[in-house]
Design a protein around this ligand. Sequence first.
Ligand code: AQP
Length: 341
Amino acid sequence: MSKEVILTGVRSNAELTLGNYLGAILPLVRLQQRYSGDYQINAFLPDLHSITTPTDYDQLYARTIYNLRIFAAAGLKLDDPNTLIYRQSYIPAHCELTWILDSFIYYGELSRMTQFKEKSQGQESVSASLFNYPALMAADILLYDASYVPVGEDQRQHLELSRDVAIRMNNLFGDLFVVPKSWEEQVKFNHTGARIRSLKHPEFKMSKSISDPSGTILLSDSPKDARHKILSATTDSFSLIDYDFKLRPGISNLLLIIATIQNKAVEEVTLEWKGQTSYAKLKQTAAELVESELEKLQANLALVTENEALKALAKHESTVREVANIKLAKVQASVGLRPKQ
Ligand code: AQP
């Protein structure tokens, strides 16, 4: 039996943040270290998703390669035979399958997506591709029969839509797709699903496309600046350390940062700090951890060349194109675009 597939990616629309690092990059590296061999891992660079919201088009190409170098610097092995690494736009089957899936996804379903509503709010013009984002995401997943897609709560609806369209098409055409695991089953690789918050406005997620310089740590920030941002993080006036994002978002954020870097459950770290009252000490601990993590990452980044990243992509992408084309051909035949297989 072939291995179950875990699929994950990070858009290259803007500079990566500590949130992306702790919520997506480190978990991927740890996933590879722990599960490679037991699972097939698809680590892809969603460059097509990156243009669904405004971005700097002059930077996009370079940023996509840069992001892969960041993944490698964080510890992702580019030559692991069980990890496929590829740019979405280099595999044409993603777009072709999207069009077909679009014909089996309803307008009403796409209209209900809360992420579309959130991301389109306040924008002068909203692209059709932002509306259609979940169909492309479904294609990303279904092309490779992925079972696990570690994503945050904000992507839950998209994952559920992918399941719905897979089930709908399987009912019509037989077993075309592996149905991704349900949200509840995704927890196996989803860890906490908790989001790192802005250091200044901890009621909001730290996001790469929101301008919040003192609340956001960029992976390109100097480690000293990052340290300073943590030391100036917004907390509260309770003077009691506990993990509760509703009551104490700033403190909970620091506990989450510490736990993720130390690769511990947040409950464990909360227990270690429970009853303590010194926010300064907590900030100091988080600041030191982030500073040294960034120092390590940036030193490693200098050792990963662009050439190395490009070579890995070329190698993986030719394999991936073949895998994707086999699935696409099966779907095309099922819906009558090609002779029956
Ligand atoms: N604050 C966060 N905490 C934990 N994980 C996070 N991720 C993003 N922000 C945090 C994870 O990083 C990956 C990025 O996915 P994406 O780039 O496709 O889009 P996103 O989830 O919308 O992330 P951003 O940084 O907020 O991007 P923008 O602002 O461009 O939309 C995902 O795995 C995500 O969970």
